[in-house]
Design a protein around this ligand. Structure first.
Ligand SMILES: C[S@@+](CC[C@H](N)C(=O)[O-])C[C@H]1O[C@@H](n2cnc3c(N)ncnc32)[C@H](O)[C@@H]1O
Length: 396
């Protein structure tokens, strides 16, 4: 009788968690596999997996979904196993493997990378053929309850390097969001040559560099010191002059009243708690007849789960949400706090601050998007509801 094994399929943005079993730890000693539990005679396949992942990976499994049964041969001991694979739909706790346990390495690998580590052929075929449905976590992964209030400055400092390496944001075109038409298509800013522009939440400075290359005099403000440091190095490499300051959108310190011809903010205002103050500050620093253009995560998108059947994960009116951003390959993660404000609230806060709304855009996804940002998003979901909200407001 072949022995029974249960395998746990953990997935994140098209990557699968694979682990390397230590030499001498049967079955599949020395081989790469999904986290695997030998099923004892007194337990179910799911119970074995729960016991194993609790001990070896430090997590409590939540809902599991049966995915497949395979027969795998462990060639080192000429043993065949009946393997039941379960997709882990949710779990509690951060994944970390015990040095003293069954594994001596763990990685999140994409379909192509899986072939490189030498996984059992039948399992590799199954994983690569995508015979399982991949639920892409395109929304925020809710942070475990009960933690301290996330500090966004600290969080962005912690992930800045990993974020910049992974996202490789363009310094040649302004990108409003994942699979979003860029500025060359949307034409919201007009000719920026000679304009004084402030970029609120400028991150690693890419948006500032794009505008400076087009002749604008740019000041970028960002909460994270690390993002600002990265931006300064990037601007130097690109031989572009921009002023990058650590600061808060809620108080644009160092920028004089009515000194700017344009303000922009791309995917940053969702991290700002007192958006009323940020809007008042943008209004203060802009001269009359100048525009404030920004993009944020669309609040509808944030309310629905990342994969089919796209059920609600939170109320549309629940603004504040703590979440965790993991960069497993860099062993970096941060807890962040976002605010997903209803569309009507963005509009009324803008008009309360004195702005007139000129354009409101909810672009359908650009098919065939190719930038790293696009890849973490489920295109099917983006075809159903907008992922990005873009607003152009004007100070009268
Ligand atoms: C997703 S990045 C956006 C920057 C750039 N457009 C990009 O795509 O990388 C979000 C940025 O907002 C910044 N941020 C968060 N809260 C902020 C605040 N209150 N004031 C200024 N910047 C803030 C973060 O530090 C981070 O660099």
């Amino acid at each position: 009788m072949p022995e029974l094994l249960s395998l746990a399929l953990f997935e994140r943005t098209s990557r699968t968690l694979v682990v390397k079993r230590k030499d001498g730890h049967q079955p599949f000693a020395g081989a790469w596999l999904l986290p695997a539990a030998v099923v004892g005679s007194e337990e179910s396949a799911e119970e074995a997996l729960e016991r194993h992942t609790r001990r070896e990976l430090g997590v409590e499994l939540g809902e599991l979904e049966f995915a497949e049964t395979l027969y795998l041969e462990d060639t080192t001991q000429a043993e065949r196993y009946v393997v039941n694979i379960f997709k882990v739909l949710d779990h509690e706790g951060d994944l970390r493997f015990r040095a003293a346990g069954d594994y001596d390495d763990a990685r999140w690998l994409s379909g192509d990378e899986l072939a490189g580590v030498g996984i059992a052929p039948a399992l590799l075929d199954w994983l690569q053929a995508g015979r399982h449905e991949v639920a892409l976590p395109t929304g925020p992964v809710p942070a475990p309850a009960g933690g301290a209030t996330p500090d966004n400055r600290q969080g962005w400092n912690a992930i800045s390097r990993a974020y910049q390496e992974q996202y490789q944001i363009s310094t040649d075109s302004l990108v409003y969001g994942p699979r979003c038409p860029d500025e060359s298509e949307l034409q919201l800013l007009g000719d920026v040559d000679g304009l004084r522009v402030v970029v609120v939440g400028c991150g690693g400075g890419q948006d500032c560099i794009v505008l400076a290359k087009q002749g604008a005099q740019v000041i970028g403000i960002d909460l994270s010191d690390k993002q600002i440091e990265y931006g300064r190095r990037l601007a130097e490499r690109e031989r572009v002059e921009v002023t990058l300051l650590q600061g808060n959108a809620e108080e644009l310190i160092g920028i004089e009243d009515e000194s700017q011809d344009l303000a922009i903010s791309l995917h940053a205002l969702g991290y700002v708690e007192r958006i009323d103050r940020a809007f008042a500050e943008a209004y203060r620093v802009l001269r009359s007849d100048s525009a404030f253009v920004f993009s944020v995560h669309h609040p509808f998108f944030a309310s629905l789960e990342g994969g089919p059947p796209y059920g609600a994960v939170k109320s549309y009116w629940q603004r504040e949400q703590d979440w965790q951003w993991d960069f497993p390959e860099k062993s970096v993660s941060a807890r962040l706090r976002s605010w997903y404000r209803p569309v009507s609230e963005w509009c009324s806060l803008l008009t309360d601050a004195g702005f007139r709304i000129e354009r409101l855009l909810e672009p359908p996804p650009v098919e065939g998007g190719a930038i790293p940002w696009d890849k973490g998003y489920n295109l099917e979901k983006m075809r159903l509801i907008p992922a990005t909200l873009i607003v152009k407001a004007v100070k009268p």
